[in-house]
Ligand binder design. Structure first.
Ligand SMILES: Nc1nc2c(c(=O)[nH]1)N[C@H]1C(S)=C(S)[C@@H](COP(=O)(O)O)O[C@H]1N2
Ligand SMILES: [Mo]
Length: 312
C-alpha cells in the first residue's frame, strides 16, 4: 500500500476515487441509456445485467468494484429477510418517496429534512468503498452521497453531544422481518461524535450512478468503510445527537459478539470465527483482512490509546 501522509489522504483519496468513478460513470450512463431505449421501457428496462463494472473502475488500492448484480442481490437487510438473496425481491416495493430524515437531540438547530433537500443541499460525491461484513465476506461498492459531517454542521451539535444515534424506518407492514420479535426493532446504530465527523463517514444516496436500491438501503444509508458492515445502517429516518453511547440492535441481541465500535480488525476474532481473512464476493479463495479494512492511515488516530480487543 502506498503511504500517504494523513494530512494529505483525504483530497488524494477523493481525487483518485472521483477520477476512476467518473470514468466508470461515463461508461455506465451509456449502458443505462441503451437499456432505457430497449423494448419494455421504464425503470424495469435497466436490469442488473445491463450495468457492468467499467474497465478500470477500482478503489484506491486497485481492487475492482463488484458487479451491480452482486451488490444488489447479495444483501443483509434483516427487516426483509435473514437470508442474503431475498431482500432484493422483498424490498422492491418499499415506499422511499416521500421520505424525511429527522435530525435532533443535542443540537442548536433541530430540523426535519425532506429527502429532495438532502439531494440538493449537498454536493453528491462519488466514493468507492470496501464493505467488510462481520460474517467475513466483502465487496467493493461505488457509492454516491455526501459526508455525514456536512449534515451535522447544519444542525450545530452542542458541546454535550458525544455520540450520534441512527434509526431505520419502523414499519412492520412494509418490513416483514420486523414482525419477528427476536430483534429489538427499529434497527439502531451509533457512532462516537469524532467518528461521525470523519470525512470518510458517508451518507449514501446512490449506487453505480443510479438511485440507491431498496435492498441497499434507499433512500439514504450510512457507509462507514472502516467498520463492519452492520454499522452502515440502511433507510435512515432519524439521527439524534446524544450524550450516552447508543445501544445498537446488534449489541442488544448479542453483546458478547457485537460491540459498539465494530472496527474491522484481523487481530480480534469474533467469538465464533476468525476475522483474519475474508471472501471477496465474486472471487475464488480468500483475502487477508486489512486493519481498519485498509483505512488505517485515515482513521487509526481516532482510537489512539484504546485497547481494541476490549473495545471491539
Ligand atoms: N436497517 C438495516 N441496516 C443494515 C442491515 C440490516 O439488516 N438492517 N444490515 C447491515 C449489514 S450486516 C451489512 S453487511 C450491510 C450490507 O449492506 P449492502 O446490502 O448494501 O451491501 O448493511 C447493514 N445495514
Ligand atoms: Mo454485515
Amino acid at each position: 500500500m502506498i503511504k500517504i501522509p494523513s494530512s494529505e489522504i483525504t483530497p488524494e483519496h477523493l481525487f483518485n476515487s472521483r477520477r476512476t468513478f467518473l470514468k466508470g460513470a461515463a461508461a455506465l450512463s451509456g449502458a443505462a441509456l441503451l437499456a432505457a431505449c430497449a423494448p419494455g421501457g421504464g425503470q424495469a428496462a435497466t436490469t442488473p445485467a445491463d450495468i457492468m463494472p467499467a474497465d478500470g473502475l477500482t478503489d484506491e488500492l486497485g481492487n475492482p468494484v463488484n458487479s451491480y448484480e452482486d451488490i444488489t442481490t447479495y444483501n443483509n437487510y434483516y427487516e426483509f429477510s435473514t437470508d442474503k438473496q431475498s431482500p432484493a425481491r422483498l424490498a422492491q416495493n418499499l415506499v422511499t418517496s416521500p421520505w424525511e430524515v429527522e435530525v435532533g437531540g443535542l443540537v442548536n438547530k433541530p430540523r426535519t429534512f425532506a429527502m429532495e433537500d438532502l439531494l440538493t443541499m449537498f454536493d453528491q460525491e462519488e466514493r468507492i468503498y470496501r464493505l467488510r461484513c462481520v460474517e467475513a465476506w466483502s465487496m467493493v461498492i461505488p457509492w454516491q452521497g455526501f459526508p455525514l459531517n456536512k449534515l451535522l454542521a447544519e444542525v450545530e451539535p452542542t458541546s454535550e453531544a458525544k455520540f450520534v444515534r441512527f434509526e431505520t424506518l419502523y414499519d412492520p407492514q412494509q418490513m416483514p422481518g420486523q414482525r419477528d420479535s427476536y430483534f429489538r426493532w427499529p434497527y439502531v446504530e451509533g457512532l462516537r461524535i469524532d467518528e461521525a465527523m470523519h470525512d470518510l463517514a458517508l451518507l449514501a444516496t446512490g449506487l453505480y450512478g443510479k438511485e440507491l436500491t431498496p435492498q441497499n438501503g434507499a433512500p439514504i444509508r450510512l457507509a462507514v468503510p472502516w467498520k463492519y458492515g452492520f454499522k452502515s445502517i440502511k433507510s435512515i429516518v432519524k439521527i439524534e445527537l446524544v450524550d450516552k453511547m447508543p445501544v445498537s440492535l446488534w449489541m442488544a441481541a448479542a453483546p458478547i459478539e457485537y460491540g459498539f465500535y465494530a472496527n474491522v480488525n484481523p487481530a480480534v476474532s469474533h467469538p465464533r470465527w476468525s476475522q483474519a481473512s475474508e471472501r471477496r464476493i465474486g472471487e475464488l479463495g480468500r483475502r487477508d483482512t486489512l486493519m481498519f479494512n485498509g483505512y488505517e492511515e485515515e482513521v487509526a488516530a481516532l482510537y489512539a490509546g484504546m485497547d481494541l480487543s476490549a473495545h471491539y
